[in-house]
Write a protein that binds this ligand. Sequence first.
Ligand code: ASP
Ligand code: MG
Length: 404
Amino acid sequence: MTPTVVMKFGGTSVADPERLKRAAQRIVAKREAGNHVVAVLSARGKTTDALIAEAQEISAQPDPREMDMLLSTGERQSCALCAMAINDLGHRAISLTGSQAGIVTDTSHTKARILDVRAERIRVALDEDSIVLVAGFQGVSTAKDVTTLGRGGSDTTAVALAAAIGADVCEIYTDVAGVFSADPRVVADARKLATVSFEEMLEMSASGAGVLQLRSVEYARTHGVRIHCRSSFSDAPGTVVGDGEDTAPRPAITAVTHSTDDARVTLQHVPDAPGMAGRIATVLAEANVNIDMIIQNEPVTAGAGADMSFTVPQEDLRIALAALRVLTEELAIEIHTDESVGKVSVIGEGMKTQAGVAAKVFSTLGAEQINIQMIATSPVKISCIVARDRVTDAVRALHATFLT
Ligand code: ASP
Ligand code: MG
């Protein structure tokens, strides 16, 4: 049986005619090496940003359904153009929209979730020896409207197709050489990682590593899709994301990630009574705001109010505050916000079996005179909220401690 490969090209990899033709050549080379190929393309260069800006010039609050009609065009352009390039190379190619490719989503416009992939049409085209190009980042909802999958959503398109057609690997071609031990723009000696587990990659994507959309990693883990994240500008192998790829003993941590778009909200004088945290979290959930880190302490003095702090994405801060207003007025809770925070995280399977990682993280930051404002942990992650203007120093110091 002919092996099938899904290849996804990011926006920078198809940004200009030269690059788009180079992507077409890579796709053809993969076909000529004896594979069936499904290629998922992103919108060219900054097209999606430009479309969003165009919408904002027309309307302060564009209708989400129409937004999706608009944004989905970027990926279609890439696919049609690439199909032309592949035809010129003497191979048959067809481009498909997300809807034509059978990607069925829920109805939450601009951040839809994939519910099902009905890949019949792709299978038929592959059997007819065509190369199939699928517009990333989009689908059709159960209400038959065009939807998009959230920023970076082409990664998820690629993984979902790989799962549906049983591809051997989902290759993500991008402008970086793979997944690194830290952002190479911040840490000059950051290393390209040969392998990363799903759990590590989930934590990395959730804590600021921009290389793969979080949902694509979730989808890959659930469906057991191996991802190979690699450069579109070289043939060198990149990073394989999957489980059981590497049996060598692991260092305590694999990578340091960071983000600088968090905001902290502190609620003071929260009544110390059952159900309060639930009410606060529900109000935020109903406003579709994702809370990240949460700290709450029972007051030391009985009867006094408690303090509760949490972080939200900076872009959701206004919505979060608006959502909380009724509750905080009713209960005389005082709200404080801090928009000058950031987050640094260390991530690694190795910390499951090694003691003292937290102590080393905190001491490293202490030695740099970086104050830790909040801490959160998972079995493979330790995150600290610090002042935003110290995030870079924190990343460098932690990388030096653990990874050099
Ligand atoms: N073009 C979309 C974006 O810029 C989707 C993607 O590139 O993955 O977010
Ligand atoms: Mg991307």
